[in-house]
Design a protein around this ligand. Structure first.
Ligand code: ASP
Length: 588
């Protein structure tokens, strides 16, 4: 038997027992006749002592071991002498007096410290991920992730859901990204597509009468990498029959609220029930459809106040159908011109032409790029709308609404962080609903689904599909948490005619639709129940619960920012023979 106990479990109650432990040498201190080792396994640390007088052989062996060697120790649990108790360690009241030591394996000196929580270059961490995983933080993150997934499985199981696996080798299941394709050896020139989500498959399960499905599902999307994206990622994919959107939303809301209480009790859910914002409200208050609701700095519309204000810049934007909105960066009224110019550079990244400002010093002196053009009355109305007080900095963008929202939405997040407003232990869950059903895609001159092809329009907006598609709303709901979209779902179309109508609306040729989605259209003719679902992203949720800045920190073996696995070095070239079998020629 390699071990009778784990390194983390020994307490005063074990004193006098002979135990066998196995793990890694975490730290060692050599005091001549006595050597101390901190022995580590996944469950904790325990102090091992060897004494040259009482156990000379074990002591000699311990003299040779180095950090990260794997050893086995047989010894007796003793209370630590007074003054040597370590209150920061769960095993800090005892130590194990080693009688026998066996080296199970040696180790090269690791390229970074495993026993210290210090910054290590990420590429090095990913190259030696197996060593990185030995570090406390990664272990804790994987344990947290495990608990999250286990909580979900138990919660849904208790509510009649069953977990069903769906194929990875499938056909294109678009979610707006590029597909990963897998060539077929047996069908020359043909390809499987890795699912961007199990969307069609879970709908097929509803046609199949499963009623309540979930899966911890891997999704594959070939898109540019960001901190919150990976080529493959994991969703809690779920689907239910005979539901309306409120049914799905309240199930998910209750699940995550209970999960937070069970798994991260030091965090708290900001508002219960979670706020439900319409898309238009989210945009007008926060400038984005994935708002961080943990802090204010909300956007204010002053278009009506400045449309005939005498300030030409504002006036002409409004005359061209644009809007003027601003926010009040409370307490930043002493920002210098250079600091304000820096903020202007920020908003220019998102298409804004500039940033109008009005800075109010604590003793009420005003500096402004535009106020001299306004009448006292208009200026007062603007100050009032932004609830301005001495010491505040008011910032405005005038442009087409999409640019105004993007620029101010990003600026709000940046200023919120700068002002230390979001509390990392607060979880600002909210729902965003009533999204437009379709968005106009000017490059391709057609409508794009704002969610995906299978989302149903709001029943009362059905006539708008013919009359004015841009005004129709979809039965979509987005799950938002602290500035991230952490999930999206919808009530689906379950009728062939409507599905065909939507394919047509978004410019999908009938023949192409039949080739790609004929199986769904066909299935819809065999008694498809009304159904809907959602897919919260496990990686993003774990990232937020673990206070990590990116999802790579909660994935055991992530790809780097250019989609490479740097440990195994993938992707990599393959043998000419393999390509030949796959009927593939590389066009260099
Ligand atoms: N398949 C969708 C997605 O991946 C989620 C859903 O509609 O259930 O975003």
């Amino acid at each position: 038997m390699y071990k009778t106990h784990t390194c983390g479990e020994l307490r005063l109650a074990h004193v006098g027992k002979t135990v066998t432990l196995a793990g890694w040498v975490h730290r060692r201190r050599d005091l001549g006749g006595v050597t101390f080792i901190d022995l580590r396994d996944r469950f904790g640390l325990v102090q091992i002592v060897t004494n040259s007088a009482t156990a000379p052989v074990a002591h000699q062996l311990i003299a040779d071991v180095r950090i990260e060697w794997v050893i086995q120790v047989v010894g007796e649990v003793n209370p630590r002498p007074e003054g040597a108790v370590n209150p920061n360690l769960s095993t800090g009241e005892i130590e194990v007096d080693a009688r026998e030591v066996k080296v199970l394996n040696s180790a090269k000196t690791p390229p970074f410290y495993i026993n210290k929580d210090e910054e290590v270059d990420e590429n090095t961490r990913l190259h030696y991920r197996y060593l990185d995983l030995r570090r406390d933080k990664m272990r804790q993150n994987l344990e947290l992730r495990h608990r999250v997934v286990k909580f979900i499985r138990d919660y849904l199981d208790e509510r009649g859901f069953i977990e069903v696996e769906t194929p990875i080798l499938f056909k294109t299941t678009p979610e707006g990204a590029r597909d990963y394709l897998v060539p077929s050896r047996v069908h020359p020139g043909q390809f499987y597509a890795l699912p961007q989500s199990p969307q069609q498959l879970k709908q097929m399960l509803m046609v199949g009468g499963i009623e309540r499905y979930f899966q911890i599902a891997r999704c594959f999307r070939d898109e540019d990498q960001r901190g919150d994206r990976q080529p493959e990622f994991t969703q809690l994919d779920l689907e239910m029959s005979f539901v309306e959107r409120e049914d799905v939303m309240s199930l998910v809301e209750e699940m995550f609220t209970k999960m937070v209480a069970a798994i991260v009790p030091h965090k708290h859910v900001l508002a219960k029930p979670w706020p439900r914002l319409t898309y238009l409200e989210a945009m007008s208050r926060f400038g984005k459809d994935n708002p961080d609701i943990r802090f204010g700095l909300e956007l204010k519309d002053i278009t009506d106040l400045v449309s005939a204000s005498g300030f030409k810049v504002f006036e002409s934007v409004v005359a061209n159908g644009g809007s003027v909105r601003g926010l009040n960066a409370k307490g930043l009224g002493d920002y210098s011109r250079t600091q304000i110019d820096e903020l202007a550079e920020e908003v220019k990244k998102y298409g804004a032409k500039g940033l109008a400002y009005l800075a109010i010093s604590p003793n009420n002196d005003q500096r402004s790029s535009f106020s001299k053009y306004l009448t006292a009355e208009t200026l007062n109305a603007v100050l009032e709308r932004l609830e301005a007080q001495p010491g505040d900095l008011l910032l405005f963008v005038a442009d087409q609404p999409a640019i105004v929202f993007e620029a101010l939405g990003r600026l709000r997040v940046l200023l919120g962080e700068r002002l230390g407003l979001p509390d990392a232990d607060e979880l600002g869950f909210c729902w965003v609903v009533d999204f437009p059903f379709v968005n106009w895609n000017p490059e391709e001159d057609r409508w794009d689904p704002s969610h995906h092809l299978f989302t149903a329009p709001m029943p009362e907006d059905l006539p708008l599909l013919d009359a004015d598609p841009g005004k129709a709303r979809g039965q979509q709901y987005d799950l938002v948490l602290n500035n991230y979209e952490v999930g999206g779902g919808s009530i689906r179309i379950h009728n062939r005619q409507l599905q065909e109508k939507v394919f047509k609306l978004i410019g999908l040729d009938a023949e192409v639709a039949r080739q790609r989605f004929g199986h769904m259209l066909e299935a819809f003719e065999y008694g498809t129940p009304p159904h809907g679902g959602i897919a919260p992203g496990i990686d993003r949720i774990c990232m937020i619960l673990a206070n990590e800045p990116n999802i790579r920190e909660v994935i055991a073996f992530p790809k780097n920012q250019v989609a490479r696995d740097v440990m195994a070095d993938a992707p990599s070239p393959v043998e000419a023979m393999q390509l030949k079998e796959l009927h593939i020629k590389i066009d260099q």
